[in-house]
Ligand binder design. Structure first.
Ligand code: FES
Length: 368
């Protein structure tokens, strides 16, 4: 037998009144919230959404409340304390600035990835993290186009999702063809939303390439799926082997590569070092001028890795030559660098390098 507690009408009226006051207050706070365009923020995790077996979306709000203003496709750098150590990692924002009151990061647990594994297991609603940003040139605002082809694999879907959501929500007159590669249909992140968008919007064409059914994306499949790709601007994001293969097949097709943009995030990439230079790097001496520390480079070590080994104050957030957090000034010596992406001509002239993408070509003195 079930027992029903009678409702006290007076209490019910008060609680409805309280709720409507809360909604009004929240509305006032949000409508006067400052806009965040640059700098450090404290974010509070509001919700965690399990997207696939090894991918979660973390939904954040800032304190005080902020309207997140960024270019769709950009990233933020999280500062986390893991086992007493400060670590920094860069993650692409998967939400869109068209929904400015929350910021979403969609993170995949990377095999052996210390930070992604920690985040997926430990970051819960109510927890706070620091974020710095936004940054990144891989975005739809800096590379506008009337027709785009988004090619992504795995968690490389996050910047494409942010760009697609932005274009959809702002009713932009852009023809989008989105081709996403995943291991199986269960591994398609945001599948429900993508399918719905494709059903509802004529300017949004969607294809999946599933490894267990179709194999990997290759030149023939790309040509079949996107015969008009030469009319489009291409954005690519995914694990390193995927991006290398896609770049090769697109370049081989005679595509105008000035309309080709790629990004690599989510802890999926190791820094791309100059392999010849790396082979010669062993044994060079590293001198940290401010602390007076002296060390020797191990085989295959980047300048960033050698600095981290010496506990030097340097941040390696993306570790892929994109975010600029690992910038250091070489006072003496030569390096070979595979990226100078975020450095200005002035900084390069002064001797700054991105340490994650640099290997020594002589003994080095670093102003740190
Ligand atoms: S860590 Fe991001 S550019 Fe080096």
């Amino acid at each position: 037998m079930s027992v029903t507690t009678p409702i006290n009408p007076q209490q019910a009226i008060i609680s409805v009144h309280e709720k409507s006051m809360q909604i009004t207050e929240a509305f006032q706070q949000l409508s006067t919230a400052a806009s965040w365009q640059k700098g450090t923020l404290e974010l509070t995790c509001l919700r965690v959404v399990q997207e696939t077996d090894d991918v979660k979306t973390f939904v954040f709000q800032s304190t005080p409340q902020t309207r997140f203003h960024f270019k769709p496709g950009q990233f933020v750098t999280l500062q986390l304390e893991i086992e007493g150590e400060n670590v920094y990692r860069t993650y692409t924002i998967s939400s869109s600035p068209s929904k400015p009151y929350t910021l979403e990061l969609t993170i995949k647990k990377v095999e052996g990835g210390q930070v992604s594994g920690w985040l997926l297991e430990n970051l819960k609603p109510g927890h706070k993290v620091k974020a710095e940003g936004p940054g990144g040139e891989f975005n739809i605002i800096d590379h506008p186009a009337k027709k785009v082809l988004f090619l992504s694999a795995g968690c490389g879907i996050t910047p494409m999702m942010s760009m697609s959501r932005w274009l959809r929500d702002t009713v932009a007159d852009v023809d989008i063809h989105f081709i996403h590669s995943a291991r199986t249909s269960y591994d398609i992140i945001f599948r429900h939303e993508l399918d719905k968008t494709a059903q509802r919007y004529d300017n949004f064409k969607l294809d999946y390439v599933l490894e267990n059914i179709d194999g990997f994306l290759d030149a023939e499949k790309l040509q079949q799926l996107a015969p008009d790709m030469h009319d489009r601007t291409i954005f690519v994001c995914g694990p390193a082997p995927y991006m290398t293969a896609v770049e090769q097949m697109v370049a081989d097709s005679g595509f105008d590569m000035s309309r080709y943009f790629q990004e690599s995030f989510g802890g999926q990439l190791m820094p791309e070092l100059d392999t010849e230079a790396t082979a010669q790097a062993e044994g060079y001496q590293l001198t940290l001028e401010k602390s007076g520390k002296v060390a020797t480079f191990d085989p295959g070590q980047s300048v960033l890795e050698a600095l981290e080994q010496q506990k030097a104050p340097v941040i390696g957030a993306c570790r892929a030559g994109v975010c600029g957090s690992c910038k250091v000034k070489i006072s003496e010596g030569k390096v070979s660098s595979t990226s100078q992406m975020t450095l200005t001509p002035d900084e390069i002239a002064q001797g700054y390098v991105l340490s994650c993408c640099s290997t020594p070509q002589s003994d080095l003195n670093i102003d740190i």
